[in-house]
Design a protein around this ligand. Structure first.
Ligand SMILES: [Zn+2]
Length: 271
């Protein structure tokens, strides 16, 4: 069965050093497509580098990158307002020099989960808006990270209904999904390990109503390890647990799920 990890971070700290090893593990379980999502300067550069090397060394697996700055950069590193334009320009140049390897803008969005999230909300919004503008300019899908801030996220996103939106795993409940669904024609929802957690009934309720044509599966590794192996560092091969879990919950046979996710992966990323 073919597996696709639509949003992961082999370009991040605990996986980066041994990324080839993790790639091989992914391929061994049936992995044929994987997207490393950008979130910081090093994630972006490393994501492109992985895509280049993988094209040569892992020919049977599609490996591409997305480019973006995570909202938590504002929180953790105190990104200042006057730094944003320069960072966005850098991002655009990185894209223009590596078009073949980059399939989307993001991840980006709004995150007020941590204590100083609200304090930095204004700057997070500005960063998010600039990503939306860049995605529009470059005609690329936008990968959205939103946590504890649905309304703030939607307030901005609603001005970009022409974009293809990938709302990745920090999902919300059915009500929020319906709002997005009614507004965006080109909407994809990614589910990762947190949908398997005991307290995540709202996410499972969303999973139950998302149409199969909107569904993507992901690991968001190294984060959000599925319940079945929780406590371990997450990595792309674990996307197999997502396929198992989702086919069980939705009561669809794994092979049809695999085919549908494959179609969606190609549709959103145009690869
Ligand atoms: Zn992520």
């Amino acid at each position: 069965m073919k597996l696709f990890d639509s949003h992961t971070h082999l370009n991040s700290e605990p996986l980066w050093e041994d990324w080839q090893w993790y790639m091989q593990k992914f391929i061994d379980v049936g992995g044929v497509g994987l997207i490393n999502s950008g979130a910081s300067e090093s994630y972006n550069v490393q994501g492109v580098e992985i895509a280049k090397i993988a094209e040569r060394d892992f020919k049977n697996c599609i490996v591409k990158a997305t480019l973006g700055r995570h909202p938590l950069e504002c929180v953790e590193w105190r990104l200042a307002a006057d730094e944003i334009s320069a960072k966005m320009q850098w991002l655009k140049e990185l894209y223009l020099a590596n078009k073949h390897y980059v399939v989307a803008i993001g991840e980006t969005g709004i995150d007020v989960h941590y204590s100083n999230g609200l304090e930095t909300l204004k700057i997070q919004k500005e960063l998010f808006i600039q990503h939306c503008n860049l995605a529009r300019e470059l005609k690329l899908p936008l990968v959205v990270h939103s946590r504890d801030a649905f309304l703030e996220t939607f307030e901005i996103l609603k001005n970009y209904t022409d974009l293809t939106i990938y709302f990745h795993c920090r999902g919300y409940g059915p009500q929020e999904f319906e709002i997005l669904h009614s507004k965006f024609e080109k909407l994809f929802i990614g589910f990762c390990g947190n949908v398997t957690y005991k307290n995540a009934q709202a996410l499972r309720d969303t999973l139950a109503i998302v149409s199969l044509q909107q569904l993507l599966l992901e690991t968001d590794a190294p984060y959000l390890t599925p319940q079945i192996i929780r406590g371990e560092t997450n990595h792309p091969a674990n996307v197999k647990y997502m396929y198992e879990f989702v086919s069980e919950i939705l009561q669809i046979n794994p092979e049809s799920l695999s085919q549908q996710v494959e179609t969606n992966f190609h549709t959103i990323y145009k690869i």
